[in-house]
Design a protein around this ligand. Structure first.
Ligand code: ADP
Length: 479
């Protein structure tokens, strides 16, 4: 199985968000299952220096962007069983930020065509091209209308298009069709790429790929509704038969309470006593009352409306009348930041508001806390709850997107489940489920068995990679 994984960012080279995580971890996990996986990304100014030095120049060629020819250099590195191709054009990519430039349409029009041209240049025929997010959305379109029509080399290549963030759709002036791609206006007038008065890269990926995936089953369903679909729900309903949800995993080596060097005391499911020391040490560090019996509720998140912060703001005073501790780590919208700073001031040794980005503190919080809140308005997959489960901090989530797929409600009678959930975007529902969780917390036997369930949940990339591999096999007919 030969797979070309195309993304605008990929760990370990460059990572600005969840896509970088997936594009780093999934190819690595697929390679461990003996697939020939190669990743292609742009050569930005900022590439992780630890791996940048491994790049070796392969060759250069010209890429057609509309009526112009642009230089493209191919660099290659082999890391963890995966071949990385990094495409170089200084005019387009040697800049401070990866995205958000006035000519993003041209930059990624170049990239999409360069990816397809590169295959001919290095004479490698993947069975399947796996595209991700809007930046790569025109690859299935170019493949169908230009490359397959002109060159047998491309005939057997299938495409998968994955949505990581449906909010960014790459919508530009329709003139880019002739100017940057050499198409006429038909794809605009027949509405296949049309979005309002523009054309959308993402819509191209959605209509012209063989299979569409997104990062959880529930989100695959939700984005077919107007509530979550960001106005692409109609297209997704049209192509519902080709749409699948595959839940992301986390790197089980990186997030492992048994070996994590960031936390105070390592532990695993058989040494839960050591988890308690993480709590008391963190209480000391953050200036909270040091008492292992007080339930610690945590949040590590961007402070934005997506994350359901409004619900917590609404109930925080009510909640803090009880004997609990609230630890927040996050940055984002100023009113939310101010609210948590105020709670910190108001409730002193019961609340710790940490308004910053700090990976090491994040892990300490996952290890120390008893409960982890994610009352999100929407959540395509969510990593926070997966890390919390791994560290035995019980997730309390709104049942949406990936949260619904990865957290199953605890049943105190059968002992099944790994967390708590509520359905409606409503502050009272959040309040009530926290009360229920606090109730269960009082019964140490029940709580410990719940923590064990959580820590035993399997959300490794290994499992998700197998699901992708099965899909690749189904699509290509190759074993
Ligand atoms: P999203 O990608 O929408 O922000 P996820 O739950 O998928 O949400 O991933 C968020 C990741 O970022 C988690 O691993 C979380 O621990 C981490 N994170 C969020 N805010 C912070 C912060 N302030 N400091 C450290 N890590 C953070």
């Amino acid at each position: 199985m030969r797979v070309l994984f195309v993304a605008s960012e990929a760990g370990p080279f460059v990572k600005t968000g969840g896509l970088g995580d997936v594009a780093g971890a999934l190819p690595k996990a697929l390679a461990q299952k003996n697939a020939d996986v190669r990743v292609v990304i742009p050569k930005y100014k900022e590439l992780n220096w630890q791996v940048r030095d491994k790049l070796r120049f392969v060759k250069w060629f010209n890429v057609r962007v509309g009526w112009r020819e642009q230089f493209c250099g191919v660099w290659e590195a082999y890391i963890n069983g995966v071949t990385y191709y990094v495409l170089d054009n200084e005019r387009y990519f040697n800049r401070d930020e990866a995205y958000g430039h006035y000519d993003d349409a041209e930059r990624f029009a170049f990239f999409d065509r360069a990816v397809l041209d590169m295959l001919r240049q290095i004479d490698w025929q993947p069975d399947l091209i796996h595209c991700n997010d809007w930046q790569t959305g025109m690859i299935p379109v170019l493949l169908k209308f230009q490359y397959k029509r002109n060159d047998m080399f491309y005939w057997n290549m299938k495409t998968i298009y994955s949505i990581h963030n449906i909010a960014f759709q790459g919508v530009f002036d329709p003139n880019i069709l002739p100017e940057l791609f050499g198409f006429d206006m038909e794809l605009y007038t027949n509405t296949c790429l049309k979005f309002d008065a523009g054309v959308s890269f993402m819509k191209g990926g959605l209509y012209y790929s063989d299979i569409i995936t997104t990062v959880s089953n529930t989100y695959a369903y939700e984005i077919q509704t107007p509530e979550y679909g960001q106005r692409l729900d109609g297209v997704l309903r049209d192509r519902a038969y080709a749409l699948r949800g595959i839940t992301n995993g986390i790197d089980y080596d990186e997030f492992n309470p048994k070996t994590d060097k960031n936390i105070y005391k390592n532990y695993d499911v058989n040494s839960l006593k050591n988890k308690i020391m993480n709590k008391t040490e963190l209480q000391k560090e953050l200036g909270l009352t040091v008492d292992e019996k007080i339930p610690m509720i945590a949040m590590v998140t961007r402070l934005t409306p997506q994350k359901g912060i409004d619900l917590l703001v609404n109930i925080s005073d009510r909640l803090l009348q009880q004997n609990i501790q609230l630890v927040v780590l996050g940055t984002g919208d100023k009113p939310y930041e101010d609210h948590f700073k105020w709670l910190n001031y108001r409730y002193g040794n019961k609340v710790s508001a940490n308004i910053k980005f700090d990976n090491s503190l994040a892990n300490k919080i996952y290890a120390a806390s008893d409960m982890f809140l994610m009352p999100s308005l929407f959540e395509p997959c969510g990593l926070g709850q997966l890390i919390a489960l791994r560290y035995g901090s019980i997730p309390i989530v709104r049942e949406t997107g990936g949260l619904k797929d990865t957290v199953t409600a605890y049943n105190e009678y059968t002992g099944e489940g790994n967390g708590f959930g509520f359905q409606n975007y409503n502050a009272d529902e959040l309040y009530n489920i926290i009360q229920y969780a606090l109730n269960i917390y009082e019964n140490k036997k029940k709580w410990n068995s719940l923590v064990k369930n959580a820590m035993k949940s399997d959300n490794s990339w290994d499992r998700s990679a197998q699901v992708y591999l099965n899909l690749y096999r189904e699509l290509t007919g190759i074993d």
